[in-house]
Structure formats: C-alpha cells, structure tokens
Design a protein around this ligand. Sequence first.
Ligand SMILES: [Zn+2]
Length: 318
Amino acid sequence: MDIEKEYIKKKYEDILRYCKGKFNSLDAKEKYYLGIVLFELGFLNKSLELLLEIEKVYVDVDKSRGYAYMGLVYYSLGNYKKTKRYLKYSINLNGEYSIESKNWYKLYALDGEVYKVVKQPHITYYFIEKIDLKEVENFILKYKRAYDRIQSFFSVILQKKIDVYIYCGRRDVLGNNLSYANPFFSSIHVNKDEDAGHELAHIISHYAVTRINNKSKLIQEGIAEYFNLINYKTLIYPIGLEINLFQLWNDMCGLNSVSYACIAKRFVSLLIDRKGKDIFIKLLQDQSTDNALNLYGECLLEAKDVVEREVIEGKLQY
Ligand SMILES: [Zn+2]
C-alpha cells in the first residue's frame, strides 16, 4: 500500500485495516502516516506515541504536519513548553503544514501577545484585547458560576485546565467567527458578551463519556444550551411553525441558530427531567435516534410531542 497516497485520499479505514496486526513490521513512513491518521480521528495519545517513536528517525516525508500534531497533543495535555517546541519545528520546516502551525501558535497566544492573563484553578483566561477591569471581573465571575454548575452535573476530571481566549469583537485573531470550543484541546474562543456556559458545556460533556458515537447536533447543542446562563431575548420563529425533532436531529432545517438552540435546550431539559443524569449520559455516548428510543421509549416520543406542540403554539420561549 502507498500509505501517503491513501492518506491524501482520506482512506482512513483502509489505512487502519492495512496497519492492523502488523504494527511491528511497519516502516517509518507507514508509522508516520498512521500517527497522522490517528490524530485526525481523535486518538491523540496513541498518535503521539507513534510520532515520538519516529521523531529522530529519517522518514522520507515533509514532517511539518507530524510536528504540528505533536505540538497540539502536548497542548491537549497542558504541556505548553513542548507545544511551542514542536510547533516551532513545524514552522521552521517551511513545509505543507507550516502556515497552519504558525496559525495555531497565534490562536493559542503562545507568543504571549495578550492584554491580560488570569490563572484560576480550573480555567486560564486570556483577554486578547484591551478590556475594562470591571469587565474582566464580570466575565470570570459568570464563567466560574457556569463551570461549577456544569461540573456539579457531570463531575468530570479534565486532563488539563480549560483555556479561554476572550475577545471584544466577533472574530478571533485569525479572522474566524466567534464563539467556538475545541473539546479535544479544552480550548474556547469567545466574545466577551456572547457566552456563559455554552462552550464550557461542550467541553466538559465531551469528557463525561469515553467516546461519543453518532454525534447529534440536537443533543450536542441542547446540552450546551441547557447550561448556558445567558437568556436570549430575541427568539424569532413564526407561530404555527411545524417541526419534526427527528428531522432536526442533525440538521437545522433552515432554522436560525438561536431558535434551534432554544428548541434543543427544551428537548434536552425534558429528557433530563424525565429520566435523570445517568440515562442522559448513556444518550451522550451514542446519540443516534435508535439509542434514544431504546433508552427513553415512550418518554422520548412524549417529549418530542411536547416540544413540537409548544413551537406550533408559539409557547416556547427562552
Ligand atoms: Zn454549540
């Protein structure tokens, strides 16, 4: 197998099948690409093991992507010194992934170019732009409240502190739209007024289960919004709107994101009310409609009816 070609074609399953069972006979190039593939599939620690093994070995490839991934795995472990080291290796190679590495370096403020850093027991806050000290205080207060509330539900042990990068505008340092979270790296990029728990819930719920199968947008957004302390005042969907929650399971069906979040939140809160935390965590593990029906049975259909009726009648409010 030409593993490089298969990687470019994104034939990950073929690569895994090829490597399975003959790990010790793989050559350096094959190990390199297996490491890359494992990273992209979310097996970060396994990926690092492999990439470390061939770090000092000559491999006939541009290693800029491998070094970047190593740097990012170290970031996910909270080892910022090694993150910087490997991202710099990647940048200095001027390879196919060097620009991305430069961007990661910037995005995670590894150059120290921030207005203010506040370290707290579970979260480090990076205020990127100049901001009023009163606003700093307020932001930290609401985030801490949200964190405590989410953790009192999930009680998760995180492998590193959560890094929160706070902006005053609507775009991050690379020009991407805010706000968003990256659960693999326990990092959040956020506008100072936009979020109080939503992105944190994305991260903490990610670590509440060993692996998420069949991710559902409705469940993911529902749990994130369930813990958001911000109440939107502008809910706009037409009265008489007919929705089908099974169709919304992975598709916004043309709804705006606030309406979608509101519907998802209501649905998730009904599920948690009816059967509690443990069953809900089983749903997080496998978010397919089949598994939802399995776990909730009649309850699921009843909750679905309630939400759909509330939307038609225009009763569902934030
Ligand atoms: Zn979200």
